[in-house]
Design a protein around this ligand. Structure first.
Ligand SMILES: [Zn+2]
Length: 414
């Protein structure tokens, strides 16, 4: 069915925002395919070479199709014979069309919509909402990330955090560097492994001005990252902060170790006291949910190794509340003496590790890099992994991190 009425042509002319020499020539409704085909032609004119803008005659045509935003749930396709020009300097080239970027089968507005949908749901969900294939959706996403990264301008990043991240399958890791500002946390860099070289590449790409502008870097007590930072960042010794997020994680793991071995020992004697208590010991004193409070109080009061480990962990948490580095150092000294006498091997191990890194733990009291942004970023990445059911492919994991957490300008230019 051909809609030749002037109104329909004008309507699509307006919708597509076409200006001379481009114009809508016909609009065809294909009810069987639930499709609307909008044919776009052009007036006779000279065309610019897409590289040098020099004006020249058409050399050839190429018929191309682009998916546009649906019209009333009808898939809407733009069809046009696009002029080819032959530039003496740049060779044979297809001229730029106003409704789409180069090398894509989607209009700018459709890509924009697809990006919005993919930011909100999984790629599979986006495919079913938009009626497109996984490869098509992925193509739009990859182009969006590439575009966003290309638009990034080097800027000073005062506060950074470095972390490793597993992909949810096997033992593959990435190194992630994020910038923390008051407004947001954005991933600035993703490296291929979690070794020193994967972080070196980040530092080496920074300008001297950017390096000078880094005030604090939060990270785990992971030697390759520490070494890389010391080697590249001027004044790193006073800028590296082993943040509470990572340290508390070690303490929680130590408490869990103690619980596991004690539980095994008790169970061997037919004692089930510690059964299903793993989660309880991970709560902070103030966060135990009401429905578990009574049970937790009972278990905690028993003379268990696990309750001792838990108490040591809780006291360690208050370390971060010290008013400054000096009092914190004294607090740590007392806590350390207690932890080391605990006769709990996993706790002693963490205590020794903290002592070895104490100078870069105390830097917290200078820089005050709080937990929220680092934990938030961690949870968001965890969410991506869950939504993707784990990543098999590092490059895809990397581009998803940039797509969702890179703070990039992803949209096609208008
Ligand atoms: Zn040219």
């Amino acid at each position: 069915m051909n809609l030749q009425g002037m109104k329909d042509l004008e309507l699509y002319q307006q919708i597509l925002g076409l200006v001379e020499p481009w114009r809508v020539e016909s609009v065809t409704l294909k009810p069987q395919e639930r499709e609307i085909e909008v044919r776009v032609g052009f007036a006779d004119t000279l065309w610019g070479c897409p590289q040098c803008q020099q004006r020249m005659q058409i050399h050839d045509y190429e018929e191309r199709r682009w998916r546009h935003l649906d019209s009333c749930q009808f898939k809407t396709i733009i069809v046009s014979r696009v002029p080819n020009v032959r530039c003496p300097e740049h060779g044979s080239q297809t001229v730029a069309v106003p409704w789409a970027e180069k090398y894509t089968r989607f209009s700018r507005l459709f890509e924009r919509l697809a990006i919005d949908v993919m930011l909100e749901c999984s790629i599979t969900g986006a495919c079913s909402i938009l009626g497109m294939s996984w490869d098509e959706a992925d193509g739009i996403k990859q182009r969006a990330v590439k575009r966003g990264l290309a638009r990034k301008v080097p800027a000073v990043m005062a506060r950074l955090c470095v972390d490793e991240k597993g992909m949810g399958r096997g033992q593959d890791y990435l190194t992630i560097v994020a910038q923390v500002t008051e407004q947001q946390t954005t991933v600035e860099y993703v490296g291929g492994e979690r070794n020193q070289a994967s972080l070196d590449a980040f530092w080496e790409a920074l300008t001297a001005e950017q390096l000078a502008g880094v005030e604090a870097v939060a990270m785990d007590m992971w030697e390759p990252y520490v070494r890389s930072t010391l080697a590249h960042l001027p004044g790193a010794a006073s800028k590296i902060v082993h943040d509470p997020f990572h340290l508390v994680k070690y303490m929680n793991e130590a408490v869990n170790e103690v619980r596991k071995s004690e539980h095994r020992r008790l169970q061997a004697q037919g004692d089930d006291t510690l059964k299903s208590t793993r989660q309880l010991w991970l709560y902070g004193m103030e966060n135990v949910p009401a429905q578990h409070a009574q049970r937790f109080d009972e278990v905690k009061e028993l003379n268990l190794q696990t309750s001792r480990a838990w108490a040591i962990k809780e006291v360690f948490r208050s370390f971060w509340l010290c008013p400054g580095a000096k009092p914190a150092e004294r607090y740590f000294g007392k806590w350390y003496a207690w932890a080391i006498r605990s006769r709990l091997a996993p706790i002693k191990k963490v205590a020794r590790m903290c002592k070895a890194h104490l100078s870069n733990i105390l830097t917290f009291f200078v820089h005050r890099l709080t937990n929220g942004p680092i934990e938030g970023l961690n949870n968001k990445i965890q969410g991506l992994i869950k939504k993707a059911f784990g990543y098999r492919n590092k490059e895809r994991f990397k581009s998803d991190i940039f797509f969702h957490l890179g703070g990039l300008d992803l949209y096609p230019a208008q």
